[in-house]
Structures are given as C-alpha cells and as structure tokens.
Design a protein around this ligand. Structure first.
Ligand code: MG
Length: 483
C-alpha cells in the first residue's frame, strides 16, 4: 500500500521511532508505513475491580489469557481512569482530556441515561478521529455511553463502524424484580437495551447471554478484514457491569460464582483476540491494552467485583474507584515486566499518536502524556500528578508517593458502605471537605488507612498549590449530562 501523505512531522517521528522500535526509517519514508505503523486495540472492561484477575491476586477467578498478556507484556500497578463512573471515564480515555473539559461529567447526573439528550460534543477529537486522519481504519465494539443519538454516536466520532449497546446494560429496565434474581434467572428481557449496528437498532431487547461472545466474533472479523492497513479497535465489554450474563459454555464454571463466570468469559475473549493476532501474523505489530472503566460496584455485593488491597469502589475517589488492573501486550517490542509508574487512560491518545507518527491537534489542552518510553523501555513518562474527579469537582490529588483527599463522600450514598471502607473512616453520604486534606502515602499504604497529614505540613501546602493551579486552568463548558 502506497503512502498518500507523509508529512515532514510524521517522517521525523518515524525516524525517532525507528531508533527505539527497530523499525526501518527508510522503509517508512519509502511508503511502506501502512504495514509498519502499529495497530492499536483497547480492551475496556466495565466495572472490573483491581483485584479481579489472577495476575492481580484474585485467589479463585481464573484468567490465564490476561495473565499471559501481563507476563509476556506489562502489568501496570498504578494505572488510573479519568473518573470513577462510566460516562466521564469513557470521555477521558477517548479524548485524552479530563471529562470536565468536554462537559461530560456532572454533579447532578453522574452518567448519561436513555432519556439524556447530550453526548460527547463534536468539538472533541477522539483517538479514532485523530488516527483516522492519519489513514487508520477504526472500529468501535461494545458499550459506548457517550450519547446514543446522532451526532454523538461512534460513527459520528471517527469510527468507521459500530456494533454494541450504546449505554449501560442495566438501563431500560422494564421489570421490577431485583437485579440479582433477574441475573440468576437469565432474564435478559427485563432490560430493553438496544443492540446497534452503526446507527441502526438490530436487536431489542439484546440477548445479553451471548453478548461477550458476539463482541468477540465482531472483533475477530474486524481484525481479519482490516489486517492489510493499520487499524484501531476499541472493544468496550458491557460486562461485568450488572446485570451479569454469560453464555452456556461459561455457566457455573468458575470457583468465584456468577461474577467469576463473567470475568472468565472476558478472559476467553481476550485469548481469542490474542490468538487471531498471532494467527494472522499481526501480534508483533499490534499494541493491545486491557483495563477497566472504573472500580468494582460494591453495592451489588457478590455480583460486583473486588478492588483487592485497595480501599473504596466504583463511584468514589479512594484508590479502588479509579486505579485499574491494566495490561499492555506487544510481543517483540514491549519491555516485559511490572510498571509501577503512574499513568492514566488519558495517556493513550498522545501515546498512540507518538507511536503511529500522528500529529496531535494542538488547539486544545490535553491531560494525557506520551507513555511510549515506559512501554518500550527507553525512559519515563512526564506524568507527575493524577487528579481524582467526582462529577465536576476534584476530590483528591496524587503526586508521587502521596495522595491528598480534599473531599470524601460515600461511593453511592449508601449507609451500607463496603466493610473495607467503613471501619477505617465513616464516609458520609454528603461531601465532607477536609482542611487540612487527608494525606496518605499510597505506595507504603495503598489501602489508604493511615492519615499522615499532621506529619507533613509542607506537603499539604504543596498539594493546595497544585490544586489551585489546576483549577485555574479549567474553563467552564456546556454540561452534556444535564441536557
Ligand atoms: Mg463502569
């Protein structure tokens, strides 16, 4: 395939990359970059916890394929999302920007609902749109949750195709029975969620029992049909978000119950994707990233996952809500091992641009950093700070070893807080402002159990300055979740 437009900037980036990746710069310049630029696949679970796979320490959930990803590739232990709930987290991963910059977070409605009228604005650039501008083929599969009407659908945002449920699998609930009973009875008809192909609804209600299998088949087919030119696939599993469904083959197969069955089917799916990449000879030219959109949903007890050693869960700004089990796989290029440096989903956009020689539009603020030096083992990321947003407010800030909580609040306004959270600090349903902020050393104390603010007044001053500077750089925009 001949190059149509190779800018001087992309040639320069290709030259830089050729040094670190072993790619021939002359091959890139002679027009063969269609086969040397890497493919990218993001595998994005929904509500999977930090402790929900074998390689992250779960004693009974069996995830051999994810484990293989981590052993052959990288296991990241301080990888964060942009928000502790679905919609803003997804806005963050796809735009490389904090959701507050796109209007995709709210203190009133935490996510988009079937009666919402807003969505990711057209003024935002997604990873898909940016890569497409550089000749990539793009496909979105699975949960979208960034607006289910045009012009907010995946095909409005740089994806050539879409196949999936456009919001959460527990929405459009038409039966009053509780989620546990409906899941145990495989009553998928209780959720009148649509399955879409591009902009059309092709099935309603979606038979969620075969959803993971069908998403997997779609991804495998896309890989086969797109293999001759660079591609980007965003596969966002609808599960293990409740209600839990799995196919016949995975029923009652896990020691960890129905939640374990669901995770083990996702693990199978990851294995299928790794296998097709290897069978088609694409594995060594494809970067695969696996992570989750937010922490486990503790409200749903055994139907929710586990944040492992971390405190907190989905919806909250303790580590369990936003630190995710993350794996990178790229045989032959990646430097295998455990990466303990901080990174976030927002780093993927600049990183993919760097690795593909794609120019990032420079007309806006990004909250992501190029982490390719960490992936290929040539250096560090420029990231020093992570902001923990709940809705439109910064609740906490991490810099290096330390994390300061300026505000805390119960994850889901429930007095039945998870037992991991409750005994240490009673978290109120209403936001509680802390001055001085609570301070934890999250490397020494990843469970955030011991407040050391009184011992570090100098750090309190520094964290206050970091927060003040950050907030001064946020410009208010139209809120999309309240429309
Ligand atoms: Mg989620």
């Amino acid at each position: 395939m001949k190059s149509k437009s190779l800018t001087s900037k992309s040639i320069a980036l290709a030259g830089l990359l050729s040094v670190s990746l072993g790619i021939s710069a002359s091959a890139l310049e002679s027009g063969n970059q269609e086969t040397t630029r890497p493919n990218f696949i993001i595998l994005f679970a929904d509500d999977m916890g930090y402790g929900d796979m074998s390689i992250f320490g779960h004693p009974t959930i069996n995830t051999p394929h994810l484990d293989k990803m981590g052993v052959e590739g990288q296991k990241w232990t301080s990888f964060y999302v942009a928000a502790p709930v679905c919609t803003p987290s997804r806005a963050g991963i796809l735009t490389g920007r904090l959701p507050v910059r796109s209007g995709m977070c709210s203190d009133k409605r935490r996510v988009l609902f079937p009666n919402s009228n807003g969505g990711l604005p057209q003024s935002e650039n997604t990873i898909a749109r940016v890569l497409k501008g550089n000749g990539y083929q793009t496909a979105a599969i699975g949960k979208w949750h960034l607006g289910h009407k045009s012009p907010y659908l995946p095909t409005d945002h740089g994806f050539d195709s879409y196949y999936g449920i456009p919001y959460s699998n527990d929405m459009d609930k038409v039966e009053q029975t509780d989620h546990f009973t409906l899941a145990e009875n495989e009553r998928f008809q209780a959720y009148n969620v649509p399955l879409m192909r591009d902009t059309e609804i092709i099935e309603r209600p979606t038979d969620q029992r075969t959803l993971t299998q069908r998403y997997t088949s779609e991804a495998v087919e896309k890989i086969k049909t797109m293999k001759d030119k660079p591609f980007f696939i965003y596969l966002a599993y609808s599960l293990p978000h409740i209600p839990l469904f799995r196919s016949e083959e995975f029923k009652n197969t896990s020691l960890a119950g129905i939640y374990g069955d669901v995770i083990e089917e996702i693990d199978w799916s990851v294995g299928q994707i790794m296998k097709i990449l290897q069978d088609e000879g694409l594995a060594e030219n494809t970067l695969v990233v696996f992570t989750s959109d937010n922490g486990p949903w503790h409200t749903f007890k055994t139907h929710g996952g586990s944040a492992g050693i971390l405190r907190g869960a989905k919806g909250g700004t303790f580590e369990g809500g936003m630190r995710e089990p993350t794996l990178f796989w790229w045989p032959g290029t990646i430097k295998s091992g455990v990466v303990r440096d901080m990174a976030t989903t927002m780093d993927l956009l600049p990183t993919f641009c760097r690795l593909s020689g794609t120019q990032i539009p420079d007309d806006r603020v990004y909250d992501g950093y190029d982490i390719s030096p960490l992936i290929i083992g040539t250096g560090k990321s420029k990231r020093e700070v992570v902001f923990y947003y709940r809705g439109q407010k910064v609740f906490a800030v991490r810099k290096g070893d330390y994390k300061a909580h300026f505000i805390t609040q119960n994850e889901y306004n429930s007095k039945t807080a998870h037992p991991i959270t409750k005994p240490v600090l009673e978290i109120e349903n209403s936001p509680v402002v802390h001055d001085p902020p609570l301070l934890y050393n999250v490397n020494v104390d990843p469970g955030e159990r011991f407040n050391i603010a009184a011992e570090h007044p100098e750090l309190i001053t520094e964290f206050k300055e970091i927060l003040e500077t950050h907030l001064a750089g946020i410009t208010p925009v139209e809120n999309q979740l309240e429309k």
